[in-house]
Design a protein around this ligand. Structure first.
Ligand code: GLA
Length: 732
């Protein structure tokens, strides 16, 4: 049993693998947070302290001057009821009242997980998880019900949370903000890490010590964004990759989000996660429910690396619905950086031929195949083939590629419309715009209004037609601009602030329908590179293009940061040409390969322009990937050298049974006369004898871990090396 309930004291103990989470209902009906951390054998309810220090704030109940919510650790705090810290729920009733209490009404425990209507979420069967649902109601108005869900995954150090807000009254009310979770930690001795960045440098880990006030990570771009991922981590000041208490919080959502860590007057730390309340509201009619996205809480008492491995294990099994989630990924080639818009049938076929020769398994035709799109200023929305470029359409090209022994894939950007398109001329009000009619353009495109069902249906039909028009085995689903003018012609004025969230619900519906209808297609998400690389999208698409920045050293940083939350297999990584198109940097071909290998591997360059030697190297990389891709799919990932603080980046992947390991080491700049690099492995069997496959050198696991491989010679800028070892069978 992972959920233990003391029915009398109303104490709930949630036990996942090595983690416990405790809450109780206070005598005044408020759900109080008791504990989140290393697993406890059993908490003793009678000893659980119920009165909290009274600060300079009003008391919650007359006659009990010592109790104020300001210092009580809570599960779903509100404003205006003696607590001055950030609130989980903001709501205005029809009569203008915006402050009210929420009190315990009932609870239930059930097998499995509740459905979070309309939103992506992690999944499980009834044997794998148990859920506690705590129902709160507002005694002041008897109209607002809030149900808090806590799902405990017994085999992981994972608890997921979400909330359902229900209108059980006779009049509508307006939600201005509804967090997925709130939790109050004792004290303020924490650092936070978030994954910040920008286009071309997505998900850089950023560590800060918490001080009084707020650390707030959020997005208002309409996507989870390049700038701040929906992830926040809290850890001990001295937590490292391998030691310390670490709490990771990740939202399964792809739109505007907010993650807050707040240190209040009494010095305690509150964490909140959810849809960004900025520019958001939701009118809830009587009888309706509002569901918050799911928040995934991971705890590790063995440092940041262990937190990441828990996220990886959990997301690999319980996040993506795609049939491909549990499968090794094909080596692909994408023509974008090879040709941009300048291609025709013959050019594509010439690259494809070379690709087939080096062992590539999937050819992806990127932007520029439809409408009259020879540049990025037109035709989004006109999803019919440009037969001047591709006579006979996609089918002829796809068949030719299939005849070469490769699968065929295609790029689409269905959420957008170019003002210069037939679609826009026909439906100028189908894009996001406000009452002023203003439409700010970005890359000469506008965002379609996916809050409208007819727009969702148009996308579903247009894409279904494309996907069925040829043997499409893979789709790269792009989204290339942040939202502006976030309004919808189809919604009443009082509902305009619902648009950004309704857009996400619409997108999720589209994804649901298309991934159901085309279960065999491998979908890869993209948003101007990695601008929507989040757990929400990964629910439908098992991989995401990590960044348009394909420079090997920059990719070390991007993939290192991405691995905080997401398994390496989720990251689309390509070898591209030099000088790199984003940084102009020249890095060796073997390094570009080594860095890209730990993920969904591919190429993005003109193979017809390469020398014989370069093609031989590429062939070697393809062969190597095919050997290690099982490991990349589900091995344990260890970050060993940090490219943000060291001259070197190093990581390794170990098979679950510890019999195989691959380690990749990349140097930034060569420094003359400096000691040769060494690499200490982690997570191996200390007694196992491992053989390096290329050299035949043997090492014991303890040797590899404690002494490390010494004298690694990386003799030039951006040099790199890879170690692939297998444990030798134990002699009997
Ligand atoms: C975005 C993607 C690129 C490429 C282009 C095509 O920028 O990130 O990989 O597909 O769009 O326009």
């Amino acid at each position: 049993m992972s959920i233990i309930v003391d029915e009398e004291a109303l104490v709930f103990q949630l036990d996942a693998k090595d983690v416990s989470y405790l809450l109780r209902i206070h005598k005044y009906g408020v759900p109080i947070h008791l504990y989140h951390g290393k697993r406890l054998k059993c908490a003793c309810p009678e000893k659980i302290f119920e009165d909290y220090m009274k600060p300079y704030t009003p008391c919650y109940r007359e006659g009990d001057p010592d109790f104020s919510l300001e210092t009580a650790p809570q599960e779903y705090p509100l404003y205006g009821v003696t607590d001055y810290r950030p609130e989980a729920l903001q709501l205005t009733l029809a009569d203008g009242v915006s402050s009210f209490e929420l009190q315990y009404k009932s609870h239930k425990v059930f097998a499995g997980k509740p459905v979070i209507k309309g939103l992506p979420a992690t999944f499980c069967n009834d044997e794998e998880a148990q859920t506690l649902a705590v129902l709160l109601q507002s005694p002041d108005n008897e109209q607002v019900w809030v149900e808090l869900f806590y799902t405990v995954f017994e085999k992981y150090n994972v608890i997921t949370r979400s909330a359902k807000i229900s209108n059980v009254g006779n009049a509508p009310f307006t939600i201005h903000g509804a967090a997925s979770m709130a939790i109050d930690f004792p004290g303020n001795g924490y650092d936070t890490i978030n994954l910040g960045g920008a286009y071309g440098k997505e998900r850089w880990p950023d560590r800060m010590t918490l001080h009084t006030g707020e650390r707030r990570v959020s997005s208002t771009t309409g996507a989870s964004s390049h700038v701040e991922s929906p992830f926040l981590m809290l850890c001990d000041h001295d937590a490292t990759e391998t030691a310390g208490n670490v709490y990771g919080f990740n939202l399964v959502y792809s739109g505007n989000h907010e993650c807050v860590a707040h240190v209040g007057a009494a010095g305690d730390t509150r964490v909140l996660l959810g849809i960004n309340p900025a520019n958001f509201s939701w009118l809830l009619e009587p009888g309706e429910d509002f569901y918050t996205p799911e928040a995934v809480l991971v705890y590790s008492d063995q440092g940041i690396g262990q937190m990441s491995r828990t996220f990886h294990d959990f997301y690999r099994q319980h996040l993506s619905r795609s049939l491909h989630a549990q499968k090794v990924r094909p080596v692909l080639i994408n023509n974008w950086e090879a040709t941009y818009f300048d291609f025709d049938h013959d050019k594509i076929v010439s690259i494809a031929k070379k690709a087939a020769e080096v062992g590539v398994e999937l050819f992806v035709l990127d932007d520029g195949w439809f409408g009259k799109r020879n540049f990025d200023n037109c035709s989004l929305g006109d999803w019919y083939v440009n037969e001047t470029k591709l006579p006979g359409g996609l089918r002829v090209l796809a068949n030719k590629i299939n005849d070469m022994g490769m699968d065929f894939g295609i790029w689409v950007e269905p959420e957008m419309v170019s003002p210069d398109s037939d679609l826009y001329r026909e439906h100028p009000d189908w894009c996001l715009h406000t009452g002023t009619g203003k439409r700010y353009q970005s890359r000469d495109q506008l965002v379609l209004d996916l809050s409208r069902t007819e727009v969702q249906d148009y996308i579903i039909n247009a894409m279904a037609t494309v996907f069925s028009s040829a043997s499409v085995a893979y789709v790269k689903w792009d989204m290339n601009r942040p939202m502006t003018n976030v309004g919808s012609k189809a919604l009443a004025p009082e509902r305009q602030k619902e648009v950004a969230h309704r857009y996400m619900l619409g997108l999720y519906r589209v994804m649901d329908v298309l991934t159901d209808r085309f279960p065999d297609i491998l979908f890869e998400g993209c948003a101007g590179g990695g601008g929507r690389f989040d757990a929400g999208m990964l629910h439908y698409m098992p991989q995401f293009w990590a960044s348009d920045d394909t420079d090997a050293w920059e990719r070390c940083k991007i993939q290192y940061g991405t691995s905080y939350v997401f398994p390496p297999i989720c990251s689309g990584n390509h070898v591209s040409a030099v000088p790199n198109h984003q940084t102009q940097r020249i890095t060796p071909l073997h390094t570009r390969g080594n860095v890209a290998l730990s993920g969904a591997f591919g190429f993005e360059l003109d193979l017809t322009a390469l020398s014989k030697e370069e093609l031989t190297e590429i062939k070697r990389q393809v062969c190597l990937y095919k050997k290690i891709r099982g490991l990349v799919l589900d091995g344990d990932f260890y970050r060993i050298h940090n490219p943000f603080t060291e001259n070197i980046c190093g990581w390794q992947i170990v098979s679950k049974d510890k019999t195989e390991v691959v380690a990749i080491l990349t140097q930034k700049l060569f420094i003359p006369n400096s000691r040769n690099t060494y690499f200490k492995f982690q997570g191996l069997d200390p007694k196992g004898l491992y053989q390096e496959i290329e050299t035949g050198n043997n090492y014991y696991g303890d040797e590899l871990m404690y002494m490390g491989i010494q004298n690694i010679k990386l003799m030039k800028d951006f040099d790199s090396c890879i170690f692939h070892l297998r444990m030798l069978p134990i002699e009997s």
